[in-house]
Design a protein around this ligand. Structure first.
Ligand SMILES: *Cc1c(COP(=O)(O)O)cnc(C)c1O
Length: 448
């Protein structure tokens, strides 16, 4: 390619021409280099005033051209974004997409797939459903189970709960009983974050909540891998109650349910096979790019009844029995965001996934033993999956904050302060197969 890329004129920005071809090649080369890069720095955010000074304005009436726009992204904007798939990104829940999944994400965009309906995207929907069925079988759900890939765990949980409430309303209406003034959900205080005792929700606690709140409870939500600690609730004892109380059982496995694919952790999830709905985020521990959550219903009809949108212009879609993903969650237009996972799973096979997930679990155990061995360090809890929470004895919240900022400033690692029951701590959330024990021990060394 020679010379700068001229901005295509308004009339020609959709044409296949020399300028648009050059532009596509420029962008694909950048994407290719980033996907295949082994040394993308961690990078870090910069203050708004600095960013405004460095990036300025990109948008005017005439366009600045692809060369300049891409250069601005490469040299100013991208370095102001933390590299979430960096092996030393250990905060929150990181992401670690496979090369196959990221590369195929480009194909999903290039192909202008519409993932909302069978009419428009049958092939894409078929492939996404193959992944959902495979996951459902791994979780022990019956063969009719199915659902949809949505944007993230938040929307997945919300959509499942809307279906659960609709289900409860239907039951109350059929019985001719009185609708509760306010519907309620029973869940652990650890559901997404927050302190608790040992953090595990058990059947006994759920039973007393159900006894107390009775018919106004439309769902019990258990967590299969809490975000803060990776704790799995006692799913079997909770599942055992949901028949007796005839209440919907939802399992939030956004981060942790992927752990069930590894023989090292499979036993922890016993009881999930009785769930009415589950979620798991491929962008967390299933090595897919942002953003994707697999939402699976035991009886997909209950999702469809709650979520199908009706409008005259949609009748062609809603008056058929074909499987339209839009019908199973709070959305209409959708990207076929399950396809990167489909392609990567098809390419590598499930065993590679089991092995990669198992490696995170083993590494969490190894670094937990190292933390116990070291003077001045203590584990806050024994890790169940791949999150390791620990304290540097005597450190205040400010100590953790200073240390964390320095690690990022020095581009060594991204490890943020956390806390539990009012005590400051920090945590390693491990999902990246490229994270090593040496890297983690080197981070501990910086806390000496
Ligand atoms: C991450 C997480 C969520 C939220 O999922 P998003 O994809 O970030 O919307 C919900 N529940 C749990 C347990 C999580 O770990």
């Amino acid at each position: 390619m020679s010379g700068p890329v001229a901005p295509p004129s308004r009339a020609s920005m959709h044409e296949v021409s020399v300028p648009t071809t050059d532009l596509v090649e420029l962008v694909l080369r950048y994407a290719r280099d980033r996907i295949l890069s082994d040394d993308t720095p961690l990078d870090k955010p910069i203050p708004p005033v600095d960013l405004a000074r460095l990036a300025g304005r990109s948008i005017d009436e005439h366009g600045i051209g692809a060369d300049r726009a891409l250069a601005r992204f490469e040299h100013v904007l991208a370095p102001a974004c933390i590299t979430t798939d960096h092996p030393q990104y250990l905060s929150f829940i990181p992401t670690a997409p496979t090369k196959a999944a990221v590369a195929f994400d480009l194909v999903v965009s290039a192909s202008a797939l519409y993932g909302g309906s069978w009419l428009e995207g049958a092939g894409a929907v078929y492939a996404e459903n193959e992944v959902l069925s495979w996951l459902a079988a791994e979780f022990g759900l019956p063969s009719g189970a199915g659902g949809v890939f949505v944007q993230g765990g938040t929307l997945g949980n919300l959509s499942a709960l809307v279906a659960a409430r609709e289900h409860a309303r239907g039951a109350v209406a059929r019985d001719g009983a009185e609708m509760p003034q306010r519907w309620k959900v029973v869940c652990s205080a650890e559901a997404h974050s927050a302190p608790g005792e040992d953090g595990v929700l058990r059947g006994a606690a759920v039973r007393s909540a159900l006894d107390e709140h009775g018919a106004s409870v439309f769902a019990v939500v258990a967590t299969a891998g809490s975000t803060n600690f990776g704790i799995v609730d006692d799913l079997a004892s909770i599942a055992a109650l949901t028949d007796e109380f005839d209440v919907w059982f939802h399992v939030d496995g956004a981060y942790g349910l992927a752990g069930m694919l590894s023989p090292a952790a499979r036993h922890r999830f016993s009881g999930v096979e009785r769930a009415d709905s589950v979620i798991v985020d491929p962008h967390k521990w299933l090595f897919a790019p942002f953003d994707a959550c697999a939402l699976i219903y035991r009886d997909p009809e209950s999702g469809r009844r709650a979520h199908t949108q009706h409008a005259e212009y949609l009748d062609t879609l809603t008056e058929t029995s074909e499987w339209s993903p839009s019908d199973y969650a709070a959305h209409l237009t959708r990207r076929a965001r399950g396809l990167p996972l489909w392609f990567s799973l098809a390419t590598h096979g499930a065993a590679a996934y089991r092995e990669a997930i198992g490696a995170s679990i083993r590494l969490a155990q190894d670094i937990a033993r190292e933390i116990e061995r070291r003077d001045g360090f203590s584990l806050v809890r024994e890790p169940q999956l791949s999150v390791v929470v620990f304290e540097r004895e005597g450190w205040t919240k400010a100590d953790y904050a200073r240390w964390s900022a320095r690690l990022l400033d020095e581009q060594h690692a991204f490890v943020t302060p956390s806390s539990h029951a009012g005590r400051p701590n920090t945590r390693f959330a491990i999902v990246n197969p490229k994270t090593s024990l040496e890297q983690l021990t080197a981070i501990l060394d910086t806390m000496a």
